[in-house]
Design a protein around this ligand. Structure first.
Ligand code: ADP
Ligand code: ADP
Length: 231
């Protein structure tokens, strides 16, 4: 089932075509990886979906809602999109403990305190961080910090979880572990995820589909075995 539609979006920075006429469908519950080398436009595409960047043209729809339409002059701001973004760096606020970091998106929405508590403990359990709620980010390992960042992304039950190179700062072994964790969380929550990476192995390992980008263009999209046919 299609939950999102991107149609003919382009984005130019001065002379650079960061995105050049990108169209793709997003399927409900899939983990879609956007794969390509540095500078090919992956982050720009993610930010356009999140509403942090505005395309120059085209449309973005999510769950029957128009998030962006150049012709209809629609631009839904990021905080009203129900989309979460997990960054590779600066994921957590250093002055807040893990509970506060994860609870924050609910607190700013004025959710009832007892509900916040319940939701935060549920999500920390889901990402394997039970018992760490009073720790500060610097007291956690890199993998634990990234789990906490994913927990904060999950807490508001987004329509899509967007992940921008979430594991690229982790060592190889931990990276694989976190990839498997993400896959497990996806299966449990049935959440739609779009994940940006320049790592082909990572994309092959976790994705339901891979979209390959080069110089602002979408070259190919399909399941890993379609995109990388063995000779
Ligand atoms: P990476 O994919 O290696 O993490 P980034 O996505 O952060 O790199 O940036 C890719 C390229 O885009 C870099 O060459 C960077 O200089 C450029 N870039 C990113 N953000 C900006 C910006 N705000 N202004 C100008 N150039 C930028
Ligand atoms: P990727 O995530 O694949 O590394 P980006 O989407 O960050 O690529 O960048 C795509 C292109 O757009 C790059 O050439 C980059 O330098 C340029 N770019 C990205 N953001 C900006 C910006 N804010 N200002 C100017 N150029 C930018």
């Amino acid at each position: 089932m299609i939950s999102g539609m991107i149609r003919s979006i382009s984005k130019k920075y001065n002379e650079v075509n960061a995105l050049n006429d990108i169209s793709l469908d997003i399927y409900k519950g899939e983990l879609l990886s956007i794969l390509g080398s540095s500078g090919c436009g992956k982050s720009t595409l993610l930010y356009c979906i999140a509403g942090l960047e505005k395309p120059d043209c085209g449309n973005i729809n999510l769950n029957d809602r128009v998030l962006f339409s150049k012709t209809k002059k629609v631009f839904i701001p990021p905080e009203k999109r129900n989309v979460s973004l997990v960054f590779q760096n600066y994921a957590l606020w250093p002055h807040m403990n893990i509970f506060k970091n994860v609870a924050y998106p609910l607190q700013i929405r004025k959710v009832n305190k007892s509900i916040i508590k319940k939701e935060v403990f549920n999500i920390l359990d889901l990402v394997g961080l039970s018992g760490k709620e009073k720790k500060y980010p610097f007291e956690l390992s890199g993998g634990e910090q990234q789990r906490a960042a994913v927990a904060r992304g999950l807490i508001m039950k987004p329509d899509i979880l967007l992940l921008d190179e979430p594991f690229s700062n982790l060592d190889a072994k931990l990276r694989e572990k976190m990839q498997d964790e993400l896959k497990r969380i996806q299966k449990l929550t049935k959440l739609t995820m779009i994940h940006v990476t320049h790592d082909q192995e990572e994309a092959m390992r976790i994705s339901d589909r891979i979209a390959i980008m080069n110089k602002g263009k979408l070259l190919q999209i399909g399941c890993p075995s379609e995109v990388y046919k063995k000779p």
